[in-house]
Design a protein around this ligand. Structure first.
Ligand SMILES: [Zn+2]
Ligand SMILES: [Zn+2]
Length: 341
């Protein structure tokens, strides 16, 4: 089969088209013909050699949808021809956390591409338990976004923060793959959305997505503006998609607020005031990835029109280097999806 192999850590030119053996599914696996694959920031970090433990000589990509073309002897819930989306990580399915539905906590969790087989290829072999059947109404390109940016946002906003109608939510990095989908989810859940962005030319895009207010964060940060917009009350919930801005987010919170940290754009440490956490009775939560149930929720919300997968453009797999370059240069609104050869 055709596959895009990461030859070495470095620039987009390290992603090269090769012919590799088509994987054979074992008794508990299925073989998926990949119809669409999302290009994630995580792929860029892997390619550049910024992920601890990552390998070269592998096929990147973990945002996959496609059609089942082979099923193992022990697979009963899928058949040849099933349209599926693939869960974004590999989980063991046997540990205490997996068995209580918290696949996001599994200690064996690995990205498909870390295990050497990823989505920038014609076929992918996956455990049948991680392939989820697609509703007929969801196309493959949209489905590719369900597993990573949208399900991860469902995990943070719905499962962790438990956002309720009438609450106010702050979303920073709002035009990114996580933020732009969180914004739509929050709107559909009946919340008031304050979107924070670093660039003034994203304001119209964020308003179109449904932001009630947009704050363009300058060097002085955004908490003063948020304080103003909320009548000095602060926000009930915050999605910290950036990481190093955590201090400013904490200062934007209302009494009893819940902060979910799920982005870490410039890894490092940030100051946190224990007095602020105590004084405002804040909950500080970390979130990453999603559960199978979050993925099903994401699919249901897409099917119901409550969140629209944001696809910047669709490119053939052979133009993956260009996709990486565009994303690296921040010339992308939403996801680039690879489809076709
Ligand atoms: Zn991803
Ligand atoms: Zn497990």
């Amino acid at each position: 089969m055709k596959a895009i192999v990461l030859k070495d850590f470095g620039g987009p030119e390290q992603l090269q088209l090769e012919t590799v053996p088509t994987p054979q599914p074992d008794a508990h696996e299925v073989l998926v013909r990949i119809e669409a694959a999302g290009v994630c920031h995580h792929d860029l970090m892997h390619r550049a050699g910024k992920l601890p433990g990552a390998h070269t000589g592998v096929v990147l990509g973990h945002e996959v949808s496609g059609e089942v073309v082979e099923v193992g002897a022990q697979v009963h819930h899928l058949k040849v021809g099933s349209r599926v989306v693939v869960y974004q990580r590999r989980f063991c399915g046997q540990c205490r956390d997996c068995l209580r539905g918290r696949q996001d906590l599994c200690r064996a969790l690995g990205l498909p591409s870390v295990d050497t087989e990823g989505a920038y290829a014609q076929y992918l072999r996956v455990p049948a338990a991680s392939a989820v059947q697609l509703p007929d109404s969801i196309g493959y390109a949209d489905a590719a976004l369900a597993c990573c940016p949208i399900a991860t946002s469902v995990r943070a906003l719905v499962s962790q923060a438990q956002l309720k109608p009438g609450e106010t939510v702050l979303i920073n990095g709002a035009s990114g793959g996580l933020g732009a989908h969180q914004l739509q989810l929050a709107r559909s859940l009946g919340a008031r959305v304050i979107a924070v962005t670093g660039s003034a030319d994203k304001v119209d895009f964020l308003r179109t997505l449904g932001a009630h207010d947009v704050v363009v964060a300058g060097s002085e940060g955004y908490s003063a503006a948020v304080w103003q917009l909320t009548g000095r009350q602060g926000v009930d919930v915050a999605m910290e998609n950036v990481g190093h801005t955590l201090h400013d987010t904490l200062r934007s919170m209302a009494m009893g607020g819940r902060v979910v940290v799920l982005g870490n754009v410039q890894p490092g440490t940030v100051p946190v005031s224990p007095g602020l956490l105590i004084g405002r009775r804040l909950s500080l939560l970390g979130s990453g990835s999603a559960t199978l149930e979050d993925l099903r929720t994401a699919l249901a919300m897409i099917a119901a029109g409550q969140v629209r997968p944001l696809i910047d453009r669709v490119l053939p797999f052979t133009e993956v280097a260009q996709a990486h370059a565009l994303l690296e240069n921040r010339q992308v609104n939403g996801r680039i999806v690879l489809s076709g050869w």
